[in-house]
Design a protein. Structure first.
Length: 509
């Protein structure tokens, strides 16, 4: 015989919240009952839908409490989940009567005829919850939009933040069987074998760097970091020019520090090879004007897309990047620079937590769009406090908010110009004037190493070293470190299909 309290709890009607439009929010109460009943009857049912549903997904608050109890039992590794263990867990949680009481919970199992379509039912419940979240979100935004005391820019930031959080919570990607992935990986290797440069990614235009990276790889987050005045922007602009002008690869540059005019002026200086001061002042000699008109033609119709939105938010970047990839077929995104971004107005305990959110989002965006994202980053002042030739070389711990950035990045590269610190010769007496060392300090999918490039400050340009100075600086160090890391000096992949398949020429697909 059920207690009076149980009867009262059982007869208590479900709270139905009517929206301002006069319509009942999306719900699936019958499916909620079926799913909960199935979870208490089927031993492994929770493992099939545990990543689809959360307690807040249930429209009936009682159902959310019951699901939470089932999840608690799973987390505590209870050997059996049934009506009795769920009731006991609800007692421990102190909300058995609020969840409907023993009689209501026992009736849930009576509604189940089969657990075959459990995952389908769970997805419907999750979709109804998402629809309710969007209705609630739009209602809040609408209400605040009528309030003239609220700054519209602040409201947009708050709206972006809320919508981004909703999207992040509801992104799901199922595991897939390995066969199609093997085929896709094999096709990548096959395409690489057909390239004379032996690369599988996007070429930077710097041969020694490309030997380490095999090109910038799809879905990778690449961090390029340096202290101020080392030439971070010049480096990525030189790369953008190499990619777009030389290799015809569409590139997007998000400049948070400079206006698009300043950025393009730097690009013109790079391409036309005329001193930046002369370009800015327009005081060019006749032969320089001829050179200007001749070389600037290569920039027209170049697939470079520049966005100079200040204080760009993660949500704004995501929206713009998707459109650029879809409409302009952009294959690489460059962000100058990471610390100037914001996390859409979300509240964080510290700047480090906000940067952590930004770096995770950039990595997620690279995976979603399946393109490399190159983000510039500042280094902290630790470099300045150290002395000596080695002391001034950047290291991973010098990354500002380093924990999150280092963890999320697939590759971390540093730019180091010894002459900036007055070091004009290396330990062997070789000149370091006009040289920049590129240090690949982290490479998740390959070896690390160092290489040297020529930096022409007056042209805001990085170049490959000429043939006569290939032994300058650390070239030998580069090859030996590569040997230490990957076992052999990297060699271009050949075009022999037998080598790739190992099958005597017949492809396995």
């Amino acid at each position: 015989m059920a207690t009076d309290k149980t009867k009262i709890a059982r007869k208590k009607p479900v709270e139905v919240i009517v929206h301002d439009t006069g319509r009942i929010p999306p719900q699936a109460l019958d499916l909620e009952k079926v799913v909960l009943g199935a979870l208490m009857l089927e031993k492994d049912a929770i493992s099939n839908i545990g990543d689809i549903l959360r307690p807040e997904c249930f429209y009936d608050k009682r159902h959310g409490m019951i699901f939470e109890a089932i999840r608690d039992l799973t987390n505590n590794r209870e050997p059996k989940i049934d009506m009795l263990t769920v009731i006991e867990q609800l007692k421990r949680n102190g909300n058995l009567q609020e969840a409907g009481g023993m009689l209501y919970i026992s009736e849930l199992t009576n509604n189940v005829t089969s657990t075959v379509h459990l995952d389908v039912h769970a997805k419907i419940i999750a979709q109804k919850h998402l629809a309710r979240e969007l209705i609630h979100f739009s209602g809040l935004v609408q209400g605040k939009a009528f309030d003239e005391t609220i700054d519209i820019d602040d409201l947009m930031q708050e709206a972006e933040s809320s919508l981004f959080e909703i999207a992040q919570r509801n992104i799901k990607k199922d595991a897939v069987q390995i066969d199609p992935i093997i085929k896709e990986a094999w096709n990548v290797i096959k395409l690489a074998s057909q390239r004379k440069d032996g690369m599988s990614g996007i070429a930077s235009g710097y041969q020694k760097l490309d030997r380490i990276t095999s090109g910038w790889q799809k879905s990778d987050l690449i961090i390029i970091a340096a202290r101020p005045a080392m030439g971070k922007t010049a480096f990525v602009l030189s790369m953008a020019k190499n990619m777009a002008v030389d290799f015809k690869i569409p590139v997007a540059v998000f400049s948070l520090e400079m206006s698009n005019i300043q950025l393009v002026t730097r690009l013109i200086t790079n391409v036309c090879e005329i001193e930046g001061n002369k370009i800015k002042s327009g005081s060019l000699d006749k032969y320089e004007w001829d050179q200007f008109h001749s070389k600037i033609k290569t920039l027209f119709e170049a697939p470079i897309y520049v966005d100079d939105t200040p204080s760009l938010s993660v949500f704004e970047l995501r929206t713009k990047a998707r459109r650029l990839v879809r409409e302009e077929k952009v294959q690489c995104i460059i962000i100058d620079y990471l610390q100037l971004m914001n996390a859409s107005g979300m509240n964080y305990g510290s700047r480090e937590q906000e940067v952590s959110m930004i770096s995770r989002s950039l990595k997620g965006l690279a995976k979603e769009l399946d393109i490399p994202i190159i983000a510039l980053s500042q280094l902290n002042r630790g470099v300045e406090t150290r002395s000596g030739m080695e002391g001034k070389r950047p290291q991973l711990s010098d990354l500002r908010e380093s924990g999150a950035i280092e963890q999320d990045a697939d590759m971390v590269c540093f730019i180091h110009r010894p002459e900036y610190y007055g070091m004009l010769q290396d330990n062997e007496g070789n000149s370091l004037e006009g040289l920049a060392e590129i240090i690949v300090a982290k490479h998740r999918n390959g070896g690390t190493g160092d290489l040297w490039l020529r930096f022409k400050k007056e042209l805001i340009k990085f170049e490959n070293l000429a043939e006569y100075d290939t032994n300058v600086g650390g070239y030998q160090e580069f090859t030996s470190r590569m040997n230490d890391d990957v076992g052999v000096t990297p060699q271009p992949i050949g075009s022999n299909e037998d080598f790739i398949t190992g099958t005597g020429g017949n492809t396995p697909f």
